[in-house]
Design a protein around this ligand. Structure first.
Ligand code: SAM
Length: 285
């Protein structure tokens, strides 16, 4: 198999793809990060020492991997594309502390977490189609590293960092902000990738804030799903029709809303995470 020597060269990547017979799949969001400055920035943002256990999601042909492997002692990468997996085996398979997990990260992460424990850091230039599923599965299963550095579509970064009352604030914002402080670290133009995607990407960092230790997370996840069942509906209607209303008497729900200072006539899009966390605690007590 022909291996890449210069990850900054589009013509070399093209020829490696061609000679090895690799197709590029839109479905798997395959765009390689060609900008050396952006790669360097992502590595620096990891802010981790060499002993840190690292997970990389979607290594592709190793644009990030070849840098990570030089610095970190333990690197596990998760890749879905079998051609790329064969490539990664050949290029990096003999390196100490390197593991490849093949398949869909959303399904494979759990066995790795059980075997290796939760990693210290997770990074990835995430495939656009599966980014929200990947982030959700980690949060909903409490697989929370001390830091994450990911690249996502700009619009997704806006949803993850949105404030209550803004048009981008959604149940996904409430899910991410429940666990993480999320910072926008800058956009990457389409031209930073090969092939160039139709969208702009944003690098974000996620650090757990530990603000809601006593909250029943499962109940919190159910409540935020209910709150955005229908975006324009009032909290009363969404909660009544959702899991909450079907499983908890309305008098209890109404009291918990009152105690946490949330009006049932308001909409989910206006309520901060801290108020929902408080509401869930009253609901659960
Ligand atoms: N990290 C490489 C880079 O920066 O050049 C490639 C990034 S590319 C945007 C996304 C990568 O994720 C591809 O290699 C793709 O095959 C892989 N991928 C897509 N869906 C995946 C999934 N569900 N689980 C694991 N890998 C996935």
């Amino acid at each position: 198999m022909k291996l890449i020597e210069n990850y900054d060269s589009v013509s070399e990547i093209k020829s490696v793809l061609e000679i090895n017979g690799f197709g590029m799949s839109k479905r798997f969001g395959q765009n390689f990060l060609m900008s050396p400055g952006a790669r360097e920035k992502i590595i620096n943002l990891l802010d981790a020492s060499p002993e840190a256990k690292i997970w990389e999601i979607g290594p592709g042909l190793g644009a990030m991997t070849h840098m990570l492997i030089n610095y970190f002692d333990a690197l596990t990468v998760f890749e879905i594309d079998y051609g790329f997996i064969r490539y990664l085996e050949e290029a990096f398979g003999s390196e100490k502390g390197f593991r490849i997990i093949s398949g869909d990260f959303v399904k494979t992460w759990k066995a790795s977490a059980q075997e290796e424990g939760v990693p210290d850091r997770i990074l990835g230039n995430l495939p656009y189609n599966s980014a929200s599923a990947i982030i959700s599965v980690l949060i909903e299963n409490n697989c929370i590293p001390a830091g994450m550095v990911i690249t996502v579509q700009k619009e997704m970064a806006q949803r993850m960092t949105a404030s209550p009352g803004s048009k981008n604030y959604s149940s996904f914002s409430m899910l991410c902000q429940y666990v993480f402080t999320i910072k926008n670290m800058g956009d990457l133009k389409a031209g930073s990738f090969y092939p160039s995607p139709d969208v702009t990407s944003t690098i974000i960092t996620l650090k757990p804030h530990g603000l809601y230790p006593g909250v029943n997370s499962e109940l919190y996840f159910r409540v935020i799903r209910d709150l955005f069942q229908s975006r324009r509906k009032q909290i009363r209607n969404n909660l009544t029709r959702g899991w909450t209303g079907k499983n908890i008497p309305w008098a209890t729900v109404a009291m918990a809303l009152k105690l946490s200072d949330i009006s049932p006539d308001d909409r989910g899009e206006n309520i901060p995470v801290s108020s929902i966390a408080e509401f869930v605690q009253y609901l659960d007590s």
